[in-house]
Design a protein around this ligand. Structure first.
Ligand SMILES: Cc1cc2nc3c(=O)[nH]c(=O)nc-3n(C[C@H](O)[C@H](O)[C@H](O)COP(=O)(O)OP(=O)(O)OC[C@H]3O[C@@H](n4cnc5c(N)ncnc54)[C@H](O)[C@@H]3O)c2cc1C
Length: 406
């Protein structure tokens, strides 16, 4: 694949129209944290039939699983990223409000994907379907105040076995959708009296409002304001094994729990490339006319070679990131999954490219670039987090190099 198909172009235009009509008029409220993004996201799902497609895809998959077939046809995207209908809304929404994509991606791409990959059929029906259709909002909680990049090694949240129940304790931070999530994937270590380094990593599904679970207000942050980020506090939350993903601890022997979380890392890293593409495209859309219109020294600034260099570098970044996105689409269509190292390489490059392009866009706009009215300052603030969440740049480097040296 080297260009968007006609069908893609149609989807793209339709999403663009939706963004202009339903998102752009609310940009101020979304970007000041006055409006949570969920109702607009639900409208997006309804408008494009994404809710009914997700429901139908889910029902087909469950029917297959109930019939004993756990394989999955290549064309049947169960909300795990990849298809054009998934990536184009990401790209177009990112041109206006990237935080909305973060909120949507974590819910549909991470929370539901965890349940779909590790849960029992009963758990999938109970929690994943509603998240996939956007009826409910999911959060995926691994990061803690003292455990970020070293997510497993430093993890302090625990599950203790008490008779037929588990008792969950700990704090999570920087959790996307944390303040408003209906369904939370809580990742912790099983305390069986063994040393923390040897403990199994286990995952539970929690519902908002459970006794002992507190969801904080949104945290103030640098950008991505339309994506509410918060803390979770668990104080002896008692759950039955119906909330343990997989419903049996046998499912977590060896490194299985860690590997399940790593599969989730791959999904989120490919989504970041699509986000980066949307932000880069928007920067170019804003910068090219500005370079033609803004006159200094009696001529448009686009005549200056230093400005041309900025534009040219933006275009190189756009082409490269677009090609990475095309590769994701091709692999998804062929039923192939990206490996962790390749997803890391894609994420590292795309995140750095988006941040660099957005900062250069601010520079190209001069003083206007620093003013909220001209949009590029928001893109620069929003792009920066692509280098931090879903694994920092430095962690992507370690994953890529580890695979090369293995
Ligand atoms: C807006 C936002 C949304 C988020 N959403 C979620 C979410 O929904 N769920 C969730 O669980 N988490 C979420 N996170 C957390 C995010 O994944 C972590 O912030 C990230 O993994 C980095 O962890 P940390 O912040 O603890 O930084 P640290 O791990 O403390 O890193 C600090 C610095 O040290 C560097 N560093 C660390 N280890 C190494 C190493 N081995 N080699 C070289 N350098 C190293 C890092 O790269 C970084 O530069 C979110 C974060 C943000 C900002």
């Amino acid at each position: 694949m080297f260009e968007w198909s006609e069908e893609h172009q149609m989807i793209r235009q339709a999403v663009r129209d939706f963004v202009d009509k339903e998102v752009r008029p609310h940009r101020e409220e979304l970007e000041h944290g006055d409006l949570a993004p969920y109702d607009i996201l639900r409208k997006l799902y309804k408008t494009f039939g994404m809710d009914s497609m997700a429901a139908a895809s889910f029902d087909r998959r469950i029917a297959r699983e109930e019939a004993g077939d756990t394989g999955r046809p290549a064309s049947d995207s169960d909300g795990e990223g990849g298809g054009g209908m998934t990536l184009l809304p990401i790209i177009e929404l990112c041109k206006c409000s990237p935080g909305m994509v973060t909120a949507m991606g974590v819910s549909v791409g991470l929370a539901s994907a965890s349940i779909m990959s590790k849960g029992t059929i009963a758990q999938k029906k109970r929690w994943a379907r509603d998240i996939l259709t956007m009826d409910k909002i999911g959060a995926w909680a691994i990061t803690e105040p003292n455990s970020g990049s070293d997510a497993f090694g430093s993890m302090q949240s625990t599950a203790r076995i008490d008779g037929d129940e588990f008792v969950l304790s700990g704090s999570k931070t920087f959790i996307t959708n944390g303040p408003y999530a209906d369904t939370i994937i809580f990742i912790c270590k099983l305390d069986e009296g063994n040393p923390p380094a040897e403990r199994r990593v286990v995952q539970f599904v929690l519902d908002s409002g459970m006794p002992g679970l507190e969801q904080s207000k949104p945290l103030r942050k640098m950008g991505m304001h339309s994506s509410p980020t918060g803390m979770l506090f668990l104080d002896d939350v008692r759950v039955g094994k119906d909330r343990l993903l997989g419903e049996s601890l046998d499912a977590y022997s060896g490194k299985v729990g860690r590997d399940a979380s790593k599969a989730t890392f791959t999904i989120e890293r490919t989504g970041v490339a699509a986000m980066a593409l949307g932000m880069i495209e928007r920067c170019i859309e804003l910068c090219v006319p500005y370079a033609k219109e803004r006159v200094q020294f009696g001529q448009p600034i686009g005549n200056f070679q230093l400005i041309q260099l900025k534009l040219a570098k933006m275009e190189v970044a756009r082409l490269n990131v677009e090609n990475l996105v095309f590769r994701t689409l091709e692999m998804s269509a062929a039923g192939k999954a990206l490996g962790l190292a390749e997803a890391s390489a894609m994420k590292l490059y795309s995140a750095q490219a988006a941040t660099e392009v957005a900062l250069e866009a601010v520079q190209l706009f001069g003083g206007n670039g620093y003013m909220a009215e001209y949009e590029v300052e928001q893109l620069a603030r929003d792009a920066k987090v692509l280098q931090i969440y879903a694994g920092t740049d430095e962690i992507q480097v370690t994953h890529i190099a580890k695979a090369m040296l293995a």
